[in-house]
Structure formats: structure tokens, C-alpha cells
Design a protein around this ligand. Structure first.
Ligand SMILES: [Zn+2]
Length: 391
């Protein structure tokens, strides 16, 4: 029995498991599904701790989106702790990569065998699952994807409760993401919340997926210091088209509650007011450029923040206080005014030269006039003298 049984609402916990994924779904009547189990590195929360704190002693569904250790690393411990009585249906990845099994996969398979638990598979052709009225459609992996890559074959789920919908994109990218958009565009247009694919890596959660889903809220599951620099700065810039962003590294475990109508409530274990998608993007850019901790946002000079974020998102980033933005504009304005003053002075000096030149020309004209007058006078005198001589 879970704490939130019978609330009539659909709950989603994106558990802070560091550089990994683990998402707990609880239907309105308390039916539970755990999608991935993270692992116990990168200072993330151990999934078992979260399940215990949430007083969950039964998982109706345990899903592994794919075989990577940041997604199944906690599976063996959970299976050993809950046992066959505490776990309903187990879904393993539909396609296992050929070659040597990783330690995480071996531990998982051993735990299943020792507890006598059967494996099942989910793929795009599977029937939708039902979680107390929440419909869970499986959109990937598809038989049509000719890829052996584990990430590409991640289980992708869209969970819809009433008017509200969340997409859990696993670690897909490239071909799988392109095909997802091509095949399921209409259904994806219902998405309100998007758990970004592959911890926000550069080549996932592309424009096509974002434009098709138009999510209000994006979720990032990642560690503060991910060795792959997840989420990528280009990806967080792309997702500024959403209103809100929640990150496990910044916000801790993020809990969403769908009422099936219009309201999606969000709670975090870490206390921060920063929820705006553009602000989050600005913060990640600054964090990458300057190696400053994500929770040090309040100590960052706003002018520095302004300087490190891309032009296309700067206008919408509200963490840059207006006064600071105005100050920056005033500084720019003053510099321009100085340039204008200098140019005006130079122009004035040129005018003075022209004036002086005009004076010289005038003086020259006067001399010519005087000369002309003198010549006329002399001619008149000469004419008078000639006349006098004739007489
Ligand atoms: Zn992963």
C-alpha cells in the first residue's frame, strides 16, 4: 500500500538518482510502476530509500527501458528486497545487445532467477497498459528500427490521464526519435510534460519532437557534474519553448500530480524558486562556462549571467533582474553618446575649416572687385584724357 492510495490523482516521481533515470508512477488507486532504477553513484538518491519513504511495499510493474547500468543498476537490489510477492509484472528490454553482458545485466538476471520472477517485454506493438485509468501507450522500440544500439531501443511510454499526458522518452535519439515523431505525431501532440531523452544529450529532444509535443513542462534527469555534460547547452536552449523546466540535479526529486483536468502540481525535495525553462537554460550555460554550482545562482552577478547566455534566450530570462538589464542598456547608451559627441566635434572642426576657407575666398573676391573697380576708373580716366587731347 502506498502513501497516496486513493487520492484520485496520478502521481509521477522523477527520483533524483544522479546521472541516471528512475521514475515512479502511481495510479489514482495506488497501482505502482517503477520505470528504471538508476544506480547508486553520482550522489543520487538510492531508489530503495525513496520507495521506503513513500511506504511502497509492492510494485505492480517493474520496467527497464534498456540495459544500461544507469537504468537497471538498482534492479537487482529492488528484486531482492521486494521478492516475488512484492513485484507484479517485470518488463525487460525487448532487444538485448549482443556480446558480453555487463555486470549490471548479470546481477539483474541473477536476481530474477533467484527469486523465480518471469520476464516480459514491451515494444511499440504491445497493447497499452492500464494504471487505474491512466493509459500507458508503448511507442518504442519498434520492429522497424534496425538498430542494435541500446539507447535507440529504449522503451518509450506515453501515460495519459484524462486531459493530461506525459512522455517518458528513455534514452532515444537519432533514428528512433525521428520515427517516433513520424509515426505518432497526433498522439504526441497531447503531451503536456516531456521527460527529455537521454538526460538532455545534444542529439536528442530535437526540434521536430519539441514542435510536435509542444510540452509545457520539461524534465531533466541528470547529475550536476555529468561526465558527458548532460544536459547539453544546445538542448536546454531548444527546450526554452516550454514554460517550465525541472531538473533532478537542481530541484532534487521532482513529484508531479495530474488531476486529469487542467492542473499539474509540482513539488521538489530541494527548495528553489527557479522553475522557468529559460532561466534553467541560462543557468546551465553559466554553469558550463564558469564552473559554478547550480545552487549558487543567487551569488552570480546578473551582468555576468547576461554575458554568458545566448542572444536568442536572453530576452526571456527573468533571473536577470530588470534593473541589471536596464543598467547594461544605459552603459551601452552612454558609450554610444560618447562616440556621437566625438563625431560631432570632428564635424564642427571641419565646419570651422570650411568657414575659414570661405573667408579667404571672400577676401580674394573683394580684391578682384577692387581691382575691377580700379581698372574701370583708369579706363574712364584714359577715355577722358583721350577726349581732352582731341579737343
Ligand atoms: Zn541513460
Amino acid at each position: 500500500m502506498a502513501v497516496r492510495d486513493g487520492s484520485g490523482k496520478f502521481h509521477i516521481d522523477v527520483i533524483d538518482v544522479g546521472q541516471a533515470d528512475s521514475i515512479l508512477l502511481e495510479g489514482p488507486d495506488g497501482t505502482t510502476m517503477l520505470v528504471d532504477s538508476g544506480h547508486w553513484h553520482d550522489e543520487g538518491e538510492h531508489v530503495l530509500d525513496h520507495l521506503n519513504e513513500s511506504e511502497i511495499d509492492h510494485l505492480d510493474y517493474l520496467v527497464a527501458t534498456h540495459d544500461d547500468w544507469d537504468h537497471i543498476g538498482g534492479h537487482a537490489d529492488i528484486i531482492d528486497e521486494f521478492g516475488s510477492d512484492g513485484i507484479g509484472t517485470v518488463y525487460s528490454p525487448a532487444k538485448e545487445e549482443e556480446g558480453k553482458r555487463s555486470a549490471a545485466v548479470t546481477q539483474y538476471k541473477t536476481a530474477l532467477a533467484e527469486n523465480g520472477i518471469k520476464e516480459n517485454q514491451l515494444h511499440a506493438e504491445s497493447a497499452a497498459l492500464d494504471l487505474d485509468g491512466v493509459t500507458i501507450d508503448i511507442l518504442n522500440p519498434s520492429e522497424e528500427i534496425d538498430s542494435k544500439a541500446r539507447n535507440e531501443n529504449s522503451v518509450v511510454m506515453q501515460a495519459t490521464y484524462g486531459k493530461q499526458s506525459i512522455l517518458l522518452a528513455g534514452d532515444i535519439k537519432g533514428k528512433a526519435e525521428t520515427q517516433l515523431v513520424e509515426k505518432h505525431a497526433e498522439q504526441l501532440s497531447d503531451v503536456d510534460v516531456l521527460k527529455t531523452a537521454h538526460h538532455g544529450s545534444k542529439f536528442s529532444t530535437g526540434e521536430a519532437l519539441l514542435e510536435t509535443c509542444e510540452p509545457e513542462t520539461v524534465l531533466y534527469s541528470h547529475a550536476e557534474e555529468s561526465k558527458h555534460d548532460h544536459p547539453d547547452t544546445e538542448t536546454v536552449t531548444r527546450t526554452t519553448q516550454a514554460d517550465n523546466a525541472h531538473s533532478t540535479a537542481l530541484h532534487g526529486t521532482t513529484s508531479l500530480t495530474f488531476d486529469g483536468q487542467n492542473e499539474i502540481a509540482v513539488e521538489h525535495t530541494n527548495d528553489t524558486d527557479l522553475h522557468d525553462a529559460t532561466d534553467f537554460a541560462a543557468l546551465i550555460h553559466y554553469h558550463r562556462d564558469n564552473d559554478v554550482a547550480l545552487d549558487e545562482i543567487d551569488s552570480i552577478a546578473r551582468s555576468d549571467l547576461l554575458a554568458s547566455i545566448p542572444y536568442e534566450i536572453v530576452d526571456n530570462a527573468s533571473i536577470i533582474e530588470d534593473s541589471q538589464a536596464v543598467q547594461t542598456l544605459q552603459d551601452e547608451n552612454e558609450a554610444l553618446q560618447d562616440q556621437l559627441d566625438e563625431a560631432t566635434e570632428a564635424l564642427d572642426a571641419k565646419d570651422d575649416v570650411i568657414d575659414a576657407k570661405d573667408d579667404v575666398i571672400d577676401a580674394k573676391d573683394n580684391i578682384i572687385d577692387e581691382k575691377d573697380q580700379r581698372i574701370e576708373q583708369l579706363q574712364n580716366r584714359l577715355a577722358a584724357l583721350e577726349q581732352a587731347t582731341k579737343e
